[in-house]
Design a protein around this ligand. Structure first.
Ligand code: ATP
Length: 242
């Protein structure tokens, strides 16, 4: 499926260099280092899988990239500027569903689209109907999402972030609580998403955390493994095109 959610091209979205670069990044809570001197880069157009045991620092790394938390030391750059300056081009899908159970899928998307505003205060809204169709859901389903299956809820969450047409998609455990068939469907949706053209040029970058590495191996170009707040291994998939 080839689609784009934005009708008009964004101004000069093509940038050279990596999509995301971290230099000596640490995140300290009290006396505990959740991230320790992490330096790495994520190429534009790449799909990276972050692996590691509970508490390894995967979510912290994603949240630092998303600009939801600031590193205690070191720097993070997104397209050469701060994550906050590039927030419009990024979407973060947390493992918590972040949906209002009593609203329908389209009402949820419309509500969150209203919250996603650019630095100038303009609503940066794609197309909620198209986003729901892209994840295989009927946009006119009236049922509240509280009555959806877990797989449908996860797809609604994905549509919620896809509707803003992100160039960088950050996903924290997108396969958790999904059965094998639903997880495979999620992988296919993400594989499809990375092929969507970007308004103004460029490629889509995906960084995801998971404990189910086998599910995402076909999708991922790079596998980063973390332990105790550090990246302990980097592996490229055979035939990676990043
Ligand atoms: N706000 C916080 N305050 C204190 N400690 C925190 C905070 N956020 C994270 N941590 C700690 O930092 C460490 C890394 O947490 P993080 O959530 O990044 O790990 P993770 O690899 O994503 O784990 P999981 O696979 O369980 O989600 C953990 O020990 C966690 O308790």
């Amino acid at each position: 499926m080839q689609t784009t959610l934005h009708p008009t091209p964004a101004a000069s979205s093509t940038t050279t260099g990596p999509a995301v670069a971290l230099k000596d990044c640490s995140k300290i809570y009290g006396s505990f280092a959740a991230l320790r001197n992490v330096s790495t880069a994520f190429n534009q157009g790449s799909v990276t899988m972050l692996l590691g045991e509970n508490g390894a620092g995967k979510s912290t790394l994603l949240r630092v990239i998303a600009g939801l938390i600031n590193p205690t030391r070191g720097s993070v750059q997104v397209f050469g500027s701060t994550p906050q300056q590039q927030r419009q081009r990024m979407a973060f899908m947390s493992h918590a569903p972040m949906l209002y159970d009593e609203l329908s899928a389209i009402e949820n998307l419309q509500y969150f689209a209203g919250l996603h505003r650019g630095p100038g205060g303009c609503a940066c809204v794609g197309n909620p109907e198209m986003a729901l169709r892209a994840v295989g859901l009927d946009p006119f389903l009236k049922r509240p999402v509280g009555q959806y299956s877990q797989g449908m809820r996860q797809r609604t969450s994905l549509a919620r972030v896809l509707q803003i047409d992100p160039q960088i998609l950050l996903l924290d455990e997108p396969f958790s609580n999904l059965d094998v068939a639903s997880a495979r469907q999620m992988v296919e949706l993400l594989a499809d998403f990375r092929t969507w053209p970007v308004a103004g040029g460029g490629h889509r970058t995906i960084i995801l955390t998971t404990h189910q590495a086998a599910l995402a191996t076909e999708l991922a170009d790079i596998t980063l493994t973390m332990a105790a707040g550090q990246i302990i291994s980097v592996e490229s998939a055979v035939g990676a095109h990043a």
